[in-house]
Design a protein around this ligand. Structure first.
Ligand SMILES: Cc1cc2nc3c(=O)[nH]c(=O)nc-3n(C[C@H](O)[C@H](O)[C@H](O)COP(=O)(O)O)c2cc1C
Length: 174
């Protein structure tokens, strides 16, 4: 049996966690709801949260939980607006967020794209997003994701695709 544990601010990670748990017939918990979970019931875990300013949200809570289950099969997933093909970005992100997890072969980190609804954001966050969009506007060769990101200021953007979870599912099943 697998347990999927997530943290989500605006619901995008939750939606992905739901898709993963459906695919794995797993039980689904928020990180807060999993505080007193009897982990001995499960042989594998999926842990997921969104990236906020380069940090894996709720990292401290996830690390505490991870330390209880580190001998099981574990997929960790991040949800952000940075394309997973940006290896340099995610190398830094992994070093900063997951070095303290001391991951072994039984655990692997996956990076997924989420979404954002500009209208839901506060004043400062809107400004930050405006800066990110500004950087994309300057790019000469824009990817499909870049084009979607440019729409972020006028409409809700969701870059998650169901097939993106396949490698994570295969890791847990393998
Ligand atoms: C304040 C803020 C900061 C963010 N920082 C990053 C970031 O550093 N890197 C990134 O790839 N995405 C970043 N994002 C995008 C979020 O990770 C993305 O919107 C995600 O889907 C949110 O998921 P959630 O609703 O489950 O929290 C940021 C979003 C917000 C609102």
């Amino acid at each position: 049996m697998t347990a999927v544990i997530y943290r989500s601010k605006h619901g995008y990670t939750k939606k992905i966690a739901e898709a993963i748990s459906k695919e794995l017939n797993a039980e689904l918990f928020s990180i807060k709801g999993a505080k007193n979970l009897d982990t001995s019931k499960y042989d594998s875990f999926v842990l997921g949260s969104s990236i906020c300013a380069g940090m894996f949200g709720g990292k401290g809570d996830f690390l505490k939980f991870y330390q209880k289950i580190s001998d099981k099969k574990i997929s960790i997933f991040t949800v952000g607006m940075t394309n997973p093909t940006d290896g340099e970005y995610y190398k830094k992100l992994d070093d900063m967020n997951f070095a303290s997890f001391n991951l072994k072969n039984n655990a692997k980190v996956f990076h997924l794209m989420g979404g954002i609804d500009y209208k839901e954001l506060g004043f400062l966050t809107k400004k930050l997003m405006g800066m990110i969009v500004g950087q994309i506007e300057k790019k000469e060769n824009k990817t499909e994701e870049d084009e979607k990101m440019l729409k972020m200021k006028t409409e809700k953007v969701d870059l998650f695709k169901e097939e993106d979870i396949i490698p994570l599912i295969q890791f847990i099943k393998g």
